[in-house]
Design a protein around this ligand. Structure first.
Ligand code: FMN
Ligand code: SF4
Ligand code: SF4
Length: 261
């Protein structure tokens, strides 16, 4: 049986959820494993040894998260002639989300055998313009995503999977509608992480941040300036003390697809 390594980044669980679901659907054809992109050495080993590599990530302003971008360059030497699948998740729009990583894969000689984008629940808990949905709305969105994953898996197994987001038009739409502006403001946004006075120093955010951006100083969470905008801490803090891109403390938090984050 061929082996498949899925290297993923998932701030609040959506990408992990739909990737796990897809891999179950592919289990008759591939022996697969999932590795977090932040576990760099293990992920490099996984890419090197797999017959098929799957990259999975959410989009932020139609761009991939920084750890995913960096990793694809890091493993570039192992991508030559490698078969690659791409899973991209979003709230409602990215234009060319899968291709934002796919173009780099191609530069290193990888062969994209399928790419799909999945609409998933929103996680921008501090932005009033994008409210966090309730349980039944979330389930509806997940149901649609699972159906899309069923179709994607079927096509992969038949060797006829779509390469969503790779057209010239998708590229132009993704770039001009969002990424161009997002990229300009990205480093400024990373510095915006704000921890309010109601932080009680419980340490949860410190433990959960995927890039070790937080530590406790005088019993208060403090950022180190290397936030990658994943929104995990914003959605987890029991005191709702963390804000990032938006200006409001979260009224509601997103606890991931299973509601158990
Ligand atoms: C900083 C940030 C920017 C985002 N930008 C977009 C976007 O441009 N388009 C979109 O549809 N969703 C956007 N989203 C929503 C996420 O991509 C979406 O909820 C994704 O499924 C989250 O995946 P995760 O739970 O694996 O982190 C954004 C989320 C964050 C945190
Ligand atoms: S999770 Fe919230 S309360 Fe706990 S340390 Fe972090 S910011 Fe403070
Ligand atoms: S500080 Fe929060 S938003 Fe930033 S990378 Fe860490 S968990 Fe994600």
């Amino acid at each position: 049986m061929d082996t498949l390594t899925a290297v993923y980044f998932s701030g609040t669980g959506n990408t992990r959820y739909i990737t796990e679901y897809l891999l179950k659907k592919l289990s008759g054809a591939y022996e697969s494993k999932m590795i977090e992109v932040t576990d760099t050495e293990k992920a490099l080993e996984g890419v090197k040894n797999a017959d098929v590599v799957l990259f999975a990530f959410p989009v932020y302003g139609s761009a991939p998260p920084i750890p995913m971008r960096n990793f694809v360059h890091k493993c570039g030497n192992f991508l030559s002639k490698k078969k690659v699948l791409i899973v991209e998740t979003q709230y409602f729009f990215s234009g060319d989300g899968p291709a934002t990583i796919g173009r780099t894969v191609k530069k290193y000689g990888g062969e994209i055998i399928g790419a799909e984008m999945f609409n998933m629940p929103n996680n921008l808990a501090d932005c009033k313009a994008f409210p966090i949905k309730n349980g039944s709305e979330i389930e509806k969105t997940l149901q649609k995503a699972r159906r899309r994953a069923d179709r994607f898996a079927e096509k992969i197994l038949k060797g006829r999977a779509k390469k969503r987001g790779f057209s010239v038009l998708s590229h132009a739409v993704g770039y001009y509608s969002q990424r161009k502006f997002w990229a300009k403001g990205e480093s400024e946004k990373r510095k915006r992480l704000k921890i309010d006075e109601n932080c009680v120093g419980c340490g949860l955010c410190v433990k959960k941040c995927p890039v070790g951006n937080l530590y406790l100083k005088d019993k208060r969470a403090t950022p180190l300036g290397k936030c990658v905008l994943c929104y995990r801490c914003v959605n987890l803090c029991p005191k709702r003390a963390i804000r990032l891109v938006g200006s409001n403390p979260p009224e509601k938090q997103y606890r991931g697809p299973t509601g158990k984050n």
